[in-house]
Structures are given as structure tokens and as C-alpha cells.
Design a protein around this ligand. Structure first.
Ligand SMILES: [Zn+2]
Length: 312
């Protein structure tokens, strides 16, 4: 059985699980698969903890696939895990833990996999099984008036539906409880697309108190790319209410970065990209873009070791 969906270069959910199982099996550093909870439809939400798991140590979180269609984020999370397992974090893992949560929205992943595997193979889904945009479901400016169609909507018909109340969704509550019970100092949330490295705030145009430090960190990350991304506060992409990363930063004190991977994926020479939204959000060849971002993603470990883990 192929681990990939149809003739795409993207993993099936089962294929991705098998790849992560192989990473755990072959890892040079201690790693544990932890089921954080279950989705609305009962699928496991699994994170991988590299290090000894002692939460008195500073921790880093990489997470992806809040939005169902953004498969490139899960593929990137797999490569980050492979890098850490191969020893890319070096001695830093003696002093901290690195967590990788590849699929925050497993029901959404399953839905897009079904869409790609049937009929014309058009992948188009963003929300969880209740139609909620999980990245609009967190307790930050939740009830504020939306300032654009992307901001989060009180209406179920919108792809940006925020849900009935903050953390109304099973997945959001699982994530919230996971974060509150750990010791995260920094995080990288993987989305697509936009070719940018973002940081708080997204709910307001106000500068956050760590603006200069975020710009410097984003600049260090971008400098490790062969095709560098733009670094800017998330608000400059568009304003959002209920955003996970603003919640991580404001409520939990996490230095929360976001990467919008790739550019709009329509390519004149690739007809499969013309009418299929899946390929607008995901490059046909994921590794061409992952090679460009992986050093930037992994730099976060070096940064966190220096800033939060104290002297060697
Ligand atoms: Zn997204």
C-alpha cells in the first residue's frame, strides 16, 4: 500500500502515522508518542515529545494542521521530527524538550484525504467536524466585531466560523489543556500559504511588547532560507479574532511564531493546480519548499536553548 494519497506527494493519515512510528523507532534521541486527547469524531490527537519529558525544563512546540487543507504543514512537521530524531537538536535536548504535533485537526485531515481520493480529487476543507475554524476558536478578542471576512465569523456558513464560544471544540480544549500543563517557551505554528514568518499580534494592530525580539528572531530564521520569507506581525496578513498564537503569547507567555509556507501554488505548466484548491495551498512537490524552510524551523531549537535553557 502506498503511503501517499492517489498520485499526490502527500501522505495518507495512515501513511503519516507509519512515518512517525518509523521516526520513533529509529530515533537517536529519546522520544515518546503521547495521545493528548481525541477529536470530535474520536480520532487520536498525537504529539511526539523528544527529550526526557521533564516539564521543569523549557519546552518548544511545533504544531500543524489547524486548517484541514494545509497538508504541507504536516509534511514539514514530519521533516522537523526526522531532523530532531537524527540529532539535529544536538546537546540542547539535555536541557529541554521538543514537541511535534503534526495534525491538530485529524477529522479535517481525514475529510481532505477522502475528497482527494474520490471523484475529481478536489481537496477543499478548512474546519473541524463541526464546521469550526479551530484557529478562530480561542479566547482572544473572541466576541469582537470581525474586521474582515477572514477575522472569524459568528455564522456557521462561513469557512471562518469561530464556534459557539471560546474553546467550544474538543480539539481546542485538548490543545488548551495540553499547553497549560506543560512549560512551553516558544512555538512554531505551521500554516499555508503566504511565504511569511509571522508573530503576535493578529487580533490588533497594536505592537506587542516583544516586537523587536520577534522581528530579530524572524530575521534569523529567514536568513537561513535560500528564498527568505517576509517577517511581519500577523495583523499585517489580516486581522483575526480567536487566534491560537495570540492566545499562546498573551495568556501563556509563549514566544509564538507562525510560518505561512509557500506561495499561491497555481502553476501554468501543472494543470492539476489550476482548479484544485488543494494545490493552491500545497506545492505539488512538497520537498522543494520544505528544503527552503527546514533550517529556519530548526533554528528555533538553537534559539530556545540559548534564550531559555541557560548555560550548557
Ligand atoms: Zn492556516
Amino acid at each position: 500500500m502506498s503511503r501517499f494519497i492517489g498520485n499526490t506527494n502527500y501522505h495518507t493519515a495512515q501513511g503519516l502515522d507509519e512515518e512517525f512510528a518509523a521516526v520513533v523507532e529509529g530515533s537517536k534521541t529519546p522520544v515518546e508518542a503521547v495521545e493528548l486527547g481525541r477529536s470530535v469524531e474520536g480520532r487520536p490527537i498525537t504529539a511526539y515529545c523528544f527529550g526526557d519529558g521533564d516539564f521543569r525544563k523549557p519546552e518548544i512546540l511545533y504544531f500543524a494542521l489547524a486548517h484541514a487543507i494545509e497538508f504541507i504543514g504536516a509534511e514539514t512537521a514530519l521533516e522537523i521530527a526526522r531532523g530532531i530524531a537524527a540529532g539535529d537538536a544536538g546537546a540542547a535536548l539535555d536541557r529541554m524538550n521538543v514537541w511535534v504535533l503534526p495534525v491538530f485537526n485529524p477529522d479535517g485531515y481525514a475529510k481532505v484525504e477522502r475528497q482527494l481520493s474520490s471523484g475529481p480529487g478536489i481537496g477543499l476543507a478548512r474546519s473541524n467536524a463541526n464546521g469550526v475554524d479551530l484557529n478562530r476558536n480561542f479566547p482572544v478578542a473572541f466576541y469582537h466585531l470581525p474586521r474582515s471576512i477572514f477575522s472569524g465569523s459568528p455564522f456557521k456558513i462561513s469557512p471562518y466560523y469561530r464556534g459557539a464560544e471560546p474553546c467550544s471544540e474538543t480539539e481546542s480544549a485538548v490543545f488548551r489543556d495540553f499547553i497549560i500543563g506543560r512549560n512551553f517557551k516558544t512555538s512554531l505554528s505551521l500554516h499555508s500559504f503566504g511565504g511569511s514568518i509571522l508573530f503576535p499580534y493578529s487580533h490588533t494592530s497594536k505592537k506587542c511588547r516583544d516586537y523587536d525580539a520577534f522581528m530579530a528572531l524572524g530575521g534569523e530564521m529567514a536568513s537561513r532560507q535560500s528564498r527568505p520569507y517576509t517577517v511581519k506581525p500577523a495583523y499585517k496578513l489580516y486581522q483575526m479574532n480567536g487566534d491560537m498564537d495570540d492566545w499562546l503569547y498573551d495568556e501563556c507567555g509563549v514566544f509564538a511564531m507562525v510560518m505561512e509556507i509557500g506561495r499561491l501554488g497555481v502553476r501554468a505548466a501543472r494543470p492539476e493546480t489550476w482548479l484544485n484548491p488543494f494545490f493552491w495551498s500545497n506545492p505539488v512537490e512538497p520537498h522543494a519548499e520544505i528544503d527552503n524552510i527546514l533550517p529556519a524551523c530548526l533554528y528555533l531549537v538553537e534559539y530556545a536553548a540559548e534564550k531559555f535553557a541557560g548555560p550548557k
